[in-house]
Design a protein around this ligand. Structure first.
Ligand code: AFP
Length: 329
C-alpha cells in the first residue's frame, strides 16, 4: 500500500473546524525543506560552499548556504498572508514583509541551516522550525509576540538533510511525532514512521567532550557516568556529529541523551532557545521523552530575547531525569 504523503497527513490530522492556515504553513515548510535539500545537493559545483564573508548576531561566521537557506524561508512565506512575521537565527531582528500591517496571526521561527560547520565536509545538516500564534492582536507583530515559552508553540519540527532528507513534525494537542522521507525523484515526502516514541534504557550520549575543561564538576561526573556505565540508567555509546538536528534525530530514534551544558565562558551554553532548544523539546516530549536546561523543563523557560541561549539536556525521559537529578536541578 502506498504511504500517505506529508500534505495528505497534514490535512488528515487537521481538526474539522480548522481554517487550514496551519496546514498551509506546514506545507510551505516542507517546500522550504525540498528547496534547501536541492540547494545543498548542488552547492559544491555551483560555488555555494564556504563563507559568505559576514558575521551573524551570534558572532559566528556566516556560510553562503546559511544565507541562501534563510532567503528560501523568507520567500516561501511571502505569499502566505496568515504568517505575520518571521524570526530567524540568521537575522538580528524580527523580519517583516512590506504588508505586515495586514497579515495574519501566525509567527514562524527557524534556524534555516543548523550545523553549517558540516557544509564543506558533506556532513548532515538540518533546519529547525516552530510556529507560534499571536494573542488576539491586529496589525504588525512586535518583539513581545515572539518571546513565548515553548509550551505555547502551535507546531514544531525539523528537516534533516542527511543521506536521505526527512521531515519530522508535531502539532500541539496531537502528542504524536511523524517522520516523512523525501522521494527525490518526484519531490514528495512520504510517511515513514508515525507515533514515534524515544526508546528508554539504550542509545547514546552525545556531547562535545572537548569542552570538558569549561564544564562544572557535576557535568563532568554526569558525562563520565554515561561513558563508563556507572549511570543508574546504564552505559551509553558516544556519538556526536556537530549538527544538532542529526544528533537529535538519532536520539529520537535510538534513545539516549544529547547534552549542550553551560560553559565557564558561556553561562547559558551555546544553543538558542527559540530556534533550537524549544522546538526540539516539543518533539522530544511529544515522543515521550524530556528536555531540560538542567533544572527547568525547557518548554517552561521564558525567553527575554530573540537570540537567547540555554543549556540543553534532551532525549529519553529517564536519561534526562537522571541528568537533572545529578546536576541538582
Ligand atoms: P553551526 O551551525 O555553527 O555549525 O552550529 C551548530 C550548533 O548550533 C548545533 O547544531 C550543534 O549541536 C552545536 O552547534 C555544535 O557546537 P560545538 O561545535 O560547540 O560542539
Amino acid at each position: 500500500m502506498q504511504a500517505p504523503t506529508l500534505i495528505e497527513h497534514i490535512l488528515r490530522s487537521q481538526p474539522h473546524k480548522a481554517s487550514g492556515e496551519l496546514s498551509r504553513i506546514l506545507a510551505r515548510l516542507s517546500l522550504a525543506g525540498r528547496m534547501i535539500a536541492q540547494r545543498i545537493l548542488n552547492a559544491g559545483f555551483l560555488g555555494e560552499h564556504g563563507e559568505a564573508g559576514s558575521i551573524n548576531v551570534q558572532g559566528e561566521e556566516v556560510k553562503k548556504l546559511d544565507l541562501l537557506s534563510n532567503e528560501i524561508f523568507i520567500r516561501v512565506f511571502e505569499t502566505l498572508p496568515s504568517v505575520n512575521a518571521l524570526g530567524s537565527e540568521e537575522m538580528d531582528d524580527v523580519f517583516y514583509y512590506d504588508d505586515a500591517e495586514n497579515r495574519g496571526k501566525y509567527l514562524v521561527l527557524f534556524d534555516p541551516l543548523d550545523g553549517s560547520g558540516n557544509i564543506d565536509i558533506n556532513g548532515s545538516l538540518g533546519s529547525i522550525f516552530s510556529v507560534h500564534k499571536r494573542s488576539g492582536k491586529e496589525g504588525r507583530a512586535d518583539l513581545a509576540d515572539f518571546l513565548q515559552p515553548g509550551n505555547e508553540q502551535i507546531a514544531a519540527g525539523y528537516i534533516l538533510y542527511g543521506p536521505a532528507t526527512v521531515f519530522v513534525y508535531t502539532v500541539r494537542g496531537q502528542d504524536s511525532v511523524s517522520v516523512f522521507t523525501l522521494d527525490r525523484s518526484i519531490g514528495e515526502f512520504f510517511l515513514t514512521a508515525e507515533g514515534v516514541r524515544i526508546p528508554e534504557g539504550k542509545g547514546s550520549y552525545s556531547v562535545n567532550e572537548s569542552n570538558e575543561s569549561k564544564w562544572d564538576q557535576k557535568v563532568i561526573d554526569l558525562v563520565r557516568s554515561f561513558r563508563v556505565g556507572t549511570a543508574p540508567v546504564g552505559k551509553r555509546a558516544a556519538r556526536y556529529t556537530g549538527a544538532l538536528v542529526a544528533d537529535f534525530h538519532r536520539t529520537l530514534l535510538k534513545g539516549g541523551i544529547f547534552m549542550y551544558p553551560a560553559l565557564s565562558d558561556r553561562p547559558r551554553g551555546k544553543l538558542r532557545y527559540l530556534y533550537e532548544a524549544s522546538p526540539l523539546a516539543m518533539i522530544a516530549e511529544s515522543a515521550g521523552g524530556a528536555a531540560s536546561d538542567g533544572s527547568i523543563r525547557t518548554l517552561d523557560l521564558q525567553p527575554s530575547q530573540l537570540h537567547e541561549r540555554c543549556p540543553l539536556f534532551i532525549g529519553s525521559k529517564k536519561d534526562v531525569a537522571y541528568a537533572v537529578q545529578s546536576l541538582g536541578g
